[in-house]
Design a binder for this molecule. Structure first.
Ligand SMILES: N[C@@H](CCC(=O)N[C@@H](CS)C(=O)NCC(=O)O)C(=O)O
Length: 211
């Protein structure tokens, strides 16, 4: 398999964690999201992923999967151990809700292209953009903090897709200096996950394309 990735991409970080948790080998191709206007917009990469986003996962038969949560659930289906979703349907729905609260509600507001649009098209100052960023992370994390179950992980004693989404979002928040003091449970889950080799290996700073 080949993962189209970028070290700073939190969506690609999710896919890297899941591949590592499953113990699956994969090649990586770095798609630089900012240099030269962003390689994700090149015709070559649009042929891989017409959305022009990372991650994308090239399968051995030539098919390409996109959208980190679809990729992760695919991996969970073909390599069920260790499971990334609980067996119980209600618990599964709760875990998915936590993952979606991050991947669908927090992350899109703080993604590269909306931030560039605020700056380049709408002409906002960087300080205003940072305020926007911190606002949506903080509001989102208030809900996530309330939704977390007793740990050490987001939903108990097993790692799930909720953790796979939470850790990269925390890394993003730290990168933009969003205060996390109000979120002791989030910080504790992040610390517990990062003790695991699968998470540590997937960190942005541990990627071959890290700058
Ligand atoms: N919902 C998508 C989000 C993918 C996404 O937006 N990735 C970002 C990096 S974290 C990206 O490629 N951004 C490029 C851009 O906005 O131009 C997923 O979960 O895979």
């Amino acid at each position: 398999m080949k993962l189209y990735t970028y070290f700073r991409s939190s969506a690609a970080y999710r896919a890297r964690i899941a591949l590592n948790l499953k113990g699956l080998p994969y090649d990586m191709e770095s798609i630089h999201l900012t240099r030269g206007g962003g390689r994700q917009h090149s015709p070559e990469y649009r042929a891989v992923n017409p959305q022009g986003r990372v991650p994308a996962l090239g399968l051995d038969d030539g098919d390409v999967l996109i959208q980190s949560l679809a990729i992760i659930e695919y991996l969970d289906e073909i390599h069920p151990e260790p499971p990334l979703l609980p067996a119980d349907p209600v618990a599964r729905a709760h875990v998915r809700a936590l993952a979606h609260a991050i991947a669908c509600d927090i992350h899109p507001l703080n993604n590269t292209s909306p931030l560039f649009y605020l700056k380049n098209q709408l002409k906002h100052e960087q300080a205003e953009i940072n305020t926007w960023y911190a606002h949506w992370v903080t509001v989102g994390f208030e809900a996530v903090e309330a939704l977390l179950r007793p740990g050490p992980y987001a939903f108990g004693d097993r790692v799930t897709i909720a953790d796979v989404c939470l850790v990269p979002q925390v890394a993003n928040a730290r990168r933009f200096n969003v205060p996390l003091d109000k979120f002791p449970k989030i910080v504790a889950v992040d610390a517990a996950c990062l003790k695991l080799a699968a998470f540590d290996k997937a960190r942005p700073e541990n990627q071959p394309d890290a700058e």
